[in-house]
Design a protein around this ligand. Structure first.
Ligand SMILES: O=P(O)(O)OC[C@H]1O[C@H](OP(=O)(O)OP(=O)(O)O)[C@H](O)[C@@H]1O
Ligand SMILES: O=C(O)c1cc(=O)[nH]c(=O)[nH]1
Ligand SMILES: [Mg+2]
Length: 194
């Protein structure tokens, strides 16, 4: 799949949103990829994740298990794992970091691909990779549907992105006036309170 093929799936799903969004990292952006509108269609999710699985195999070969960060990573992690023919497990936010719960665990030295939905700064990916390493996994690569840093994000392992896109994102104290004038949406789960 080309970059355009991937973005066409987002466009067709109405998932390429414009407005004023505060991102997981705290940065602000005029563009948000609402991936849940893409993943809600199993056939769309399958096309993307099958292509991502093929790219993973072509880049690093077969792995033992796919691990994703909740919430956004769970569906693409599962679907990518289905095409890799490996188990799919996930980590969840608990006490500031990501933790394995629900009986999920890794065997020492298992080859892991960390599967994210979207990468912006790479912060969530790095936190997830740390949790995998703490649990004894060997992270051979990270993978995502869209890297919206345009290749700039450093997650500490090779990042296999199905599509790469350069989207502006600004610190809260450096907003362009036209962005500051729009009401803020905070669509992610990082700042959700139980
Ligand atoms: O590369 P980063 O700067 O970390 O941004 C990308 C992360 O932001 C989103 O997660 P979020 O924490 O918003 O919650 P979600 O998974 O529930 O959407 C997305 O799913 C990635 O995990
Ligand atoms: O950085 C983020 O939090 C983020 C950006 C984006 O476009 N989509 C998303 O789900 N999260
Ligand atoms: Mg996420």
């Amino acid at each position: 799949m080309t970059n355009d093929d991937v973005l066409d799936e987002f466009r067709a799903a109405g998932a390429l949103r414009e407005g004023h969004f505060v991102l997981s990292s705290g940065l602000h952006s005029p563009v948000f990829l609402q991936k849940n509108l893409v993943f809600m269609r199993p056939e769309r999710c399958e096309r993307l994740c099958k292509a991502l699985a093929q790219k993973i195999i072509a880049t690093v070969g077969q792995v033992d298990v796919a691990v994703s960060p909740a919430v956004g990573g769970i569906i693409p992690g599962y679907e990518t794992a289905r095409h890799l023919n490996v188990p799919s497990i996930y980590v969840e936010r608990e006490g500031g970091g990501f933790k394995f719960r629900r009986g999920f665990h890794l065997e020492p030295g298992q080859k892991v691909v960390m599967v994210e939905d979207i990468v912006t700064t790479g912060l969530s990916s790095r936190e997830c990779i740390q949790a995998i390493k703490d649990a004894g996994g060997d992270v051979v690569a990270a993978a995502c549907i869209v890297d919206r840093s345009g290749g700039k994000a450093d997650v500490g392992v090779p990042l296999i992105a199905l599509a790469s896109l350069a989207v502006p994102a600004y610190p809260a104290d450096a907003l362009p006036p036209e962005l500051a004038a729009i009401p803020i949406e905070d669509p992610g789960s990082r700042r959700l309170k139980g």
